[in-house]
Design a protein around this ligand. Structure first.
Ligand code: CP
Ligand code: NVA
Length: 309
Protein backbone atom coordinates (compact mmCIF):
# COMPACT_ATOMS: atom_id res chain seq x y z
CA UNK A 1 0.00 0.00 0.00
CA UNK A 2 1.48 3.37 -0.95
CA UNK A 3 1.63 6.11 1.67
CA UNK A 4 -0.56 9.08 0.68
CA UNK A 5 -0.56 12.69 1.91
CA UNK A 6 -4.11 14.00 1.59
CA UNK A 7 -4.40 15.85 4.89
CA UNK A 8 -1.83 17.02 7.41
CA UNK A 9 -3.46 14.57 9.83
CA UNK A 10 -2.02 11.75 7.70
CA UNK A 11 1.32 12.53 9.36
CA UNK A 12 2.04 11.77 13.02
CA UNK A 13 3.68 14.52 15.09
CA UNK A 14 7.06 12.77 14.97
CA UNK A 15 6.74 12.47 11.18
CA UNK A 16 5.84 16.15 10.88
CA UNK A 17 8.93 17.07 12.87
CA UNK A 18 11.00 14.73 10.71
CA UNK A 19 9.72 16.39 7.53
CA UNK A 20 10.48 19.83 8.98
CA UNK A 21 14.04 18.71 9.79
CA UNK A 22 14.45 17.20 6.33
CA UNK A 23 13.25 20.45 4.74
CA UNK A 24 15.83 22.41 6.73
CA UNK A 25 18.54 19.99 5.56
CA UNK A 26 17.50 20.46 1.92
CA UNK A 27 17.48 24.23 2.46
CA UNK A 28 20.99 24.18 3.90
CA UNK A 29 22.26 21.96 1.06
CA UNK A 30 20.88 24.38 -1.52
CA UNK A 31 22.36 27.34 0.36
CA UNK A 32 25.73 25.65 0.00
CA UNK A 33 25.15 25.35 -3.75
CA UNK A 34 24.11 21.67 -3.85
CA UNK A 35 21.00 21.57 -5.97
CA UNK A 36 20.78 18.24 -7.71
CA UNK A 37 20.53 15.49 -5.13
CA UNK A 38 19.34 12.66 -7.38
CA UNK A 39 17.06 10.64 -5.05
CA UNK A 40 14.34 10.54 -7.72
CA UNK A 41 16.65 9.66 -10.59
CA UNK A 42 14.73 7.75 -13.24
CA UNK A 43 11.36 8.50 -11.64
CA UNK A 44 8.56 10.83 -12.64
CA UNK A 45 5.74 12.61 -10.83
CA UNK A 46 2.39 13.63 -12.33
CA UNK A 47 1.20 17.09 -11.28
CA UNK A 48 -2.48 17.70 -12.01
CA UNK A 49 -4.02 21.15 -11.64
CA UNK A 50 -7.75 21.74 -11.66
CA UNK A 51 -7.19 25.28 -10.28
CA UNK A 52 -4.55 27.97 -10.87
CA UNK A 53 -1.25 27.85 -8.98
CA UNK A 54 2.05 29.71 -8.94
CA UNK A 55 4.00 28.66 -5.83
CA UNK A 56 2.82 25.06 -5.62
CA UNK A 57 3.29 24.31 -9.29
CA UNK A 58 6.71 25.96 -9.46
CA UNK A 59 8.11 24.70 -6.15
CA UNK A 60 6.91 21.13 -6.61
CA UNK A 61 8.18 20.95 -10.20
CA UNK A 62 11.59 22.30 -9.23
CA UNK A 63 11.71 19.96 -6.22
CA UNK A 64 11.15 16.89 -8.42
CA UNK A 65 13.69 18.14 -10.97
CA UNK A 66 16.39 18.90 -8.39
CA UNK A 67 15.88 15.46 -6.86
CA UNK A 68 16.69 14.01 -10.26
CA UNK A 69 13.14 13.17 -11.34
CA UNK A 70 10.85 14.34 -14.12
CA UNK A 71 7.82 16.46 -13.19
CA UNK A 72 5.02 16.19 -15.75
CA UNK A 73 2.33 18.83 -15.36
CA UNK A 74 -1.20 18.22 -16.57
CA UNK A 75 -3.99 20.72 -16.59
CA UNK A 76 -7.25 19.01 -15.58
CA UNK A 77 -8.99 20.67 -18.52
CA UNK A 78 -6.59 19.02 -20.99
CA UNK A 79 -7.01 15.54 -19.56
CA UNK A 80 -9.90 13.22 -20.41
CA UNK A 81 -11.06 14.01 -16.87
CA UNK A 82 -12.59 17.14 -18.34
CA UNK A 83 -14.62 14.97 -20.73
CA UNK A 84 -15.89 12.79 -17.94
CA UNK A 85 -13.28 10.04 -17.55
CA UNK A 86 -13.57 8.97 -13.90
CA UNK A 87 -10.90 9.90 -11.37
CA UNK A 88 -10.56 6.20 -10.50
CA UNK A 89 -9.63 5.31 -14.09
CA UNK A 90 -7.23 8.24 -14.37
CA UNK A 91 -5.53 7.23 -11.12
CA UNK A 92 -5.08 3.62 -12.25
CA UNK A 93 -3.66 4.72 -15.60
CA UNK A 94 -1.30 7.42 -14.35
CA UNK A 95 0.03 5.26 -11.53
CA UNK A 96 1.25 2.77 -14.15
CA UNK A 97 3.51 5.46 -15.63
CA UNK A 98 4.38 7.75 -12.75
CA UNK A 99 5.89 7.20 -9.29
CA UNK A 100 3.52 9.65 -7.58
CA UNK A 101 0.41 11.65 -8.41
CA UNK A 102 0.16 15.14 -6.96
CA UNK A 103 -3.04 17.06 -7.55
CA UNK A 104 -4.78 20.36 -6.82
CA UNK A 105 -8.52 19.82 -6.95
CA UNK A 106 -11.83 21.44 -6.08
CA UNK A 107 -13.30 18.40 -4.31
CA UNK A 108 -11.25 16.69 -1.61
CA UNK A 109 -13.28 13.54 -2.33
CA UNK A 110 -11.55 13.34 -5.74
CA UNK A 111 -8.20 12.99 -3.98
CA UNK A 112 -9.64 10.28 -1.74
CA UNK A 113 -10.92 8.42 -4.78
CA UNK A 114 -7.55 8.79 -6.53
CA UNK A 115 -5.81 7.45 -3.43
CA UNK A 116 -8.13 4.42 -3.26
CA UNK A 117 -7.24 3.42 -6.81
CA UNK A 118 -3.64 4.60 -7.20
CA UNK A 119 -0.76 2.18 -6.73
CA UNK A 120 1.61 5.11 -6.09
CA UNK A 121 1.48 7.90 -3.47
CA UNK A 122 -1.17 10.60 -3.99
CA UNK A 123 -0.24 14.05 -2.68
CA UNK A 124 -2.67 16.90 -1.99
CA UNK A 125 -1.51 20.13 -3.61
CA UNK A 126 -4.62 21.92 -2.17
CA UNK A 127 -8.23 20.88 -2.03
CA UNK A 128 -11.36 22.51 -0.64
CA UNK A 129 -10.53 20.83 2.68
CA UNK A 130 -6.77 21.16 3.24
CA UNK A 131 -3.44 22.51 2.04
CA UNK A 132 -0.98 20.27 3.90
CA UNK A 133 2.22 21.27 2.08
CA UNK A 134 1.52 24.93 2.91
CA UNK A 135 1.24 24.16 6.63
CA UNK A 136 4.53 22.25 6.51
CA UNK A 137 6.32 25.22 4.92
CA UNK A 138 4.71 27.59 7.41
CA UNK A 139 5.91 25.63 10.42
CA UNK A 140 9.42 25.50 8.94
CA UNK A 141 9.25 29.31 8.66
CA UNK A 142 8.03 29.64 12.26
CA UNK A 143 10.68 27.26 13.59
CA UNK A 144 13.41 29.18 11.78
CA UNK A 145 12.14 32.42 13.27
CA UNK A 146 11.47 31.36 16.85
CA UNK A 147 13.70 28.29 17.31
CA UNK A 148 10.77 26.26 18.62
CA UNK A 149 7.20 25.33 17.76
CA UNK A 150 5.92 24.16 21.10
CA UNK A 151 4.20 27.03 22.90
CA UNK A 152 4.25 29.38 19.90
CA UNK A 153 1.06 31.44 19.60
CA UNK A 154 -0.29 31.76 16.07
CA UNK A 155 -3.28 34.07 15.51
CA UNK A 156 -5.11 33.43 12.24
CA UNK A 157 -7.44 36.25 11.23
CA UNK A 158 -9.98 35.37 8.55
CA UNK A 159 -11.85 32.32 7.30
CA UNK A 160 -11.60 29.76 10.09
CA UNK A 161 -13.04 27.04 7.88
CA UNK A 162 -10.77 27.27 4.88
CA UNK A 163 -8.14 24.81 3.67
CA UNK A 164 -5.09 26.79 4.80
CA UNK A 165 -6.42 27.37 8.31
CA UNK A 166 -7.53 23.75 8.71
CA UNK A 167 -4.08 22.35 7.86
CA UNK A 168 -2.35 24.95 10.06
CA UNK A 169 -4.66 24.19 12.98
CA UNK A 170 -4.41 20.40 12.73
CA UNK A 171 -0.61 20.54 12.46
CA UNK A 172 -0.49 23.10 15.27
CA UNK A 173 -2.51 20.81 17.56
CA UNK A 174 -0.04 18.00 16.93
CA UNK A 175 3.02 20.22 17.38
CA UNK A 176 2.03 21.96 20.63
CA UNK A 177 1.17 25.32 19.05
CA UNK A 178 -1.53 27.61 20.46
CA UNK A 179 -3.61 28.34 17.38
CA UNK A 180 -6.01 31.24 17.77
CA UNK A 181 -8.53 32.10 15.12
CA UNK A 182 -10.57 35.28 14.79
CA UNK A 183 -13.51 34.85 12.43
CA UNK A 184 -17.03 36.24 12.09
CA UNK A 185 -19.94 34.00 13.12
CA UNK A 186 -20.61 31.43 10.42
CA UNK A 187 -16.93 31.19 9.49
CA UNK A 188 -15.58 29.82 12.76
CA UNK A 189 -14.15 26.31 12.90
CA UNK A 190 -15.30 23.43 15.09
CA UNK A 191 -12.59 22.78 17.69
CA UNK A 192 -13.93 19.25 18.11
CA UNK A 193 -13.53 18.47 14.41
CA UNK A 194 -10.02 19.88 14.33
CA UNK A 195 -9.03 17.84 17.38
CA UNK A 196 -10.52 14.72 15.84
CA UNK A 197 -8.56 15.35 12.63
CA UNK A 198 -5.36 15.84 14.63
CA UNK A 199 -5.76 12.71 16.73
CA UNK A 200 -2.80 13.76 18.88
CA UNK A 201 -3.53 16.96 20.78
CA UNK A 202 -0.53 18.76 22.29
CA UNK A 203 -1.52 22.31 21.38
CA UNK A 204 -4.85 24.13 21.50
CA UNK A 205 -7.26 25.94 19.22
CA UNK A 206 -9.00 29.02 20.61
CA UNK A 207 -11.78 30.74 18.71
CA UNK A 208 -12.36 34.51 18.88
CA UNK A 209 -14.69 36.95 17.21
CA UNK A 210 -12.52 39.99 17.96
CA UNK A 211 -9.26 40.02 15.95
CA UNK A 212 -7.66 42.50 18.37
CA UNK A 213 -8.17 40.08 21.24
CA UNK A 214 -6.78 37.19 19.17
CA UNK A 215 -3.50 38.89 18.22
CA UNK A 216 -2.71 40.15 21.73
CA UNK A 217 0.38 38.25 22.89
CA UNK A 218 0.65 36.33 19.59
CA UNK A 219 3.99 35.50 17.94
CA UNK A 220 2.48 35.15 14.47
CA UNK A 221 -0.40 36.97 12.79
CA UNK A 222 -1.56 34.95 9.77
CA UNK A 223 -4.19 35.61 7.18
CA UNK A 224 -5.39 34.14 3.89
CA UNK A 225 -7.83 35.31 1.24
CA UNK A 226 -11.45 35.80 2.29
CA UNK A 227 -12.69 34.19 -0.94
CA UNK A 228 -10.91 30.93 -1.77
CA UNK A 229 -10.78 29.41 -5.23
CA UNK A 230 -14.16 27.84 -5.91
CA UNK A 231 -16.04 30.27 -3.63
CA UNK A 232 -16.39 33.06 -6.19
CA UNK A 233 -20.21 32.96 -6.08
CA UNK A 234 -20.03 33.79 -2.33
CA UNK A 235 -17.74 36.75 -2.88
CA UNK A 236 -20.14 39.54 -1.94
CA UNK A 237 -21.44 37.85 1.20
CA UNK A 238 -17.92 36.96 2.30
CA UNK A 239 -16.56 40.46 1.78
CA UNK A 240 -19.50 41.82 3.77
CA UNK A 241 -18.72 39.43 6.63
CA UNK A 242 -14.94 39.93 6.67
CA UNK A 243 -14.19 43.46 5.49
CA UNK A 244 -13.22 45.68 7.20
CA UNK A 245 -13.13 44.10 10.68
CA UNK A 246 -10.90 41.14 9.80
CA UNK A 247 -8.43 42.87 7.49
CA UNK A 248 -4.88 42.76 8.86
CA UNK A 249 -3.98 46.43 9.20
CA UNK A 250 -1.01 48.25 10.71
CA UNK A 251 -3.31 49.04 13.62
CA UNK A 252 -4.05 45.33 14.19
CA UNK A 253 -0.34 44.45 13.92
CA UNK A 254 0.28 47.20 16.50
CA UNK A 255 -1.80 45.21 18.98
CA UNK A 256 0.54 42.17 18.62
CA UNK A 257 3.91 42.16 20.44
CA UNK A 258 6.81 43.91 18.68
CA UNK A 259 8.45 40.55 17.86
CA UNK A 260 5.34 39.18 16.10
CA UNK A 261 5.65 38.40 12.39
CA UNK A 262 3.05 38.60 9.64
CA UNK A 263 2.37 35.51 7.52
CA UNK A 264 0.24 34.84 4.42
CA UNK A 265 0.30 31.79 2.16
CA UNK A 266 -0.09 34.06 -0.92
CA UNK A 267 -1.46 35.06 -3.34
CA UNK A 268 -2.57 38.12 -1.35
CA UNK A 269 -5.31 40.58 -2.17
CA UNK A 270 -3.90 43.89 -1.01
CA UNK A 271 -6.54 46.07 0.57
CA UNK A 272 -8.86 43.10 1.06
CA UNK A 273 -7.52 40.73 3.76
CA UNK A 274 -4.28 42.67 4.32
CA UNK A 275 -3.01 46.21 3.94
CA UNK A 276 -0.16 46.83 1.54
CA UNK A 277 2.01 48.31 4.29
CA UNK A 278 1.71 45.15 6.43
CA UNK A 279 2.43 42.79 3.54
CA UNK A 280 5.42 44.86 2.43
CA UNK A 281 6.48 45.82 5.95
CA UNK A 282 9.52 44.65 7.96
CA UNK A 283 7.51 42.12 9.98
CA UNK A 284 6.28 40.27 6.89
CA UNK A 285 7.87 36.85 6.24
CA UNK A 286 5.63 35.93 3.31
CA UNK A 287 8.46 35.35 0.85
CA UNK A 288 10.32 33.14 3.34
CA UNK A 289 7.15 31.06 3.52
CA UNK A 290 7.03 30.91 -0.27
CA UNK A 291 10.68 29.85 -0.47
CA UNK A 292 10.13 27.13 2.10
CA UNK A 293 7.53 25.54 -0.18
CA UNK A 294 10.47 24.27 -2.27
CA UNK A 295 12.33 22.67 0.62
CA UNK A 296 9.22 21.14 2.17
CA UNK A 297 8.14 19.71 -1.20
CA UNK A 298 11.47 17.88 -1.34
CA UNK A 299 11.00 16.63 2.21
CA UNK A 300 7.53 15.31 1.41
CA UNK A 301 8.71 13.59 -1.78
CA UNK A 302 11.61 11.96 0.02
CA UNK A 303 9.40 10.77 2.87
CA UNK A 304 6.62 9.38 0.68
CA UNK A 305 8.58 8.00 -2.27
CA UNK A 306 11.77 6.82 -0.63
CA UNK A 307 11.52 6.45 3.14
CA UNK A 308 7.97 5.08 3.23
CA UNK A 309 8.12 2.78 0.21
N1 CP B 1 0.27 29.28 -1.50
C1 CP B 1 -0.04 28.62 -2.63
O1 CP B 1 -0.41 27.45 -2.63
O2 CP B 1 0.13 29.36 -3.76
P1 CP B 1 -0.31 28.95 -5.24
O3 CP B 1 -1.81 28.97 -5.29
O4 CP B 1 0.32 30.00 -6.11
O5 CP B 1 0.22 27.58 -5.55
N1 NVA C 1 -7.49 29.46 0.63
C1 NVA C 1 -6.87 29.77 -0.63
C2 NVA C 1 -5.44 29.36 -0.65
C3 NVA C 1 -4.68 29.64 -1.92
C4 NVA C 1 -3.28 29.16 -1.87
C5 NVA C 1 -7.66 29.09 -1.75
O1 NVA C 1 -8.03 27.93 -1.59
O2 NVA C 1 -7.90 29.72 -2.78
Amino acid sequence: MPRHLLTIGDLRADELLHLIELALEYKELRRRGVRVTGELSGRSVALIFEKPSTRTRASFSVAVYEMGGLPVTYSWSELQLARGEPVKDTARVLSRYHDAIAARVYRHSDLEEAARYSSVPVINLLSDREHPLQALADYVTILERFGTLSGVKLAFVGDGRNNVFTSLAVAGLKLGVEVRVASPPGYQPSIEELERAAGEVRGAVRVYEDPFEAVRGADVVYTDVFVSMGQESEREARLRAFVPRYRVTAELMGEAPAHAVFMHCLPAHRGEEVEEEVLEGPRSVVFEQAENRLHTSKAALRFLLIESS
